[in-house]
Design a protein around this ligand. Structure first.
Ligand SMILES: [Zn+2]
Ligand SMILES: [Zn+2]
Length: 241
């Protein structure tokens, strides 16, 4: 028996077919290289899982936001102007509802590391279908990492895909969630290339983040990577929008 991490309900161990196939769906060499701690489905019971709402079928074709039409949204139109048409393609999975908000508050504000497993259960099937050359996590600020003792994004994704931590966040950069929307959209660049990263990037790159709000963070991450590696193609993935 395993207990659901959100409600504590005991779950009978059950092997579902998708879970059995997951190690094979995850890209071959990587599946062994990153030590695959695969999410246990019983860590999130069906009734808790039902509180998380998948986006779709209608969403912004550029950022994945759930909305009433398939037109590009207001924010993406703004980025279209700012970036002269070079809009970022973002893949988003879950609508940002109360259940997702509460999960992220517990995970990030209260540092409940165990909840990464819930997030892994939520994203693993979608990530298993993705095929990129590099997966680059959006870094946590040094202050937040020191406070929580772990990097919130890496803790979710490191078990699922091979990560290339090519970016670092400058100290003293305030978290996006603590600002208003206008201030977030105008926030200055706060990423640098990770001094510990000396490799090369080529081909298709997927940026990994937890929540897409205005897109500012992901566009800044893309800007910084393109400065050093102008040939790469960058898309992004956010668990929630
Ligand atoms: Zn539950
Ligand atoms: Zn959009």
């Amino acid at each position: 028996m395993t207990a659901c991490l959100l409600c504590g309900q005991e779950q009978a161990e059950q092997l579902d077919f998708a879970q059995l196939l997951l190690p094979f769906l995850l890209k071959g060499e990587n599946a062994s290289a990153c030590g695959q701690h695969l999410p246990q489905p019983g860590r999130l019971c069906a009734s808790c899982q039902a509180n998380f709402a998948l986006i779709g079928p209608v969403f912004c074709p550029q950022c994945g936001r759930k909305q009433a039409t398939s037109e590009r949204c207001f924010d993406c139109n703004k980025w279209q102007r700012v970036y002269h048409g070079q809009v970022l393609l973002n893949h988003a999975l879950y609508a940002y509802n109360d259940a997702f908000h509460d999960l992220m508050v517990a995970y990030k504000r209260y540092g409940d590391y165990a909840l990464r497993e819930v997030l892994q259960v939520l994203v693993a099937p979608a990530l298993a279908k993705m095929d990129y050359d590099y997966y680059i996590p959006i870094p946590t600020s040094p202050e937040h990492q020191a406070k929580r003792k772990y990097d919130t994004i890496q803790a979710i994704f490191a078990d699922l895909v091979p990560l290339t931590p090519a970016l670092s966040k400058l100290p003293g950069s305030q978290a996006q969630g603590e600002k208003g929307k206008r201030a977030r959209m105008e926030a200055p660049q706060k990423f640098v290339l990770n001094p510990a990263f000396s490799g090369q990037l080529s081909g298709k790159v997927l940026l990994l983040d937890d929540i897409y709000t205005t897109g500012r963070t992901l566009y800044h991450a893309r800007d910084k990577l393109l400065e050093a590696f102008p040939q790469i193609r960058i898309e992004s993935f956010a668990i929630s929008h």
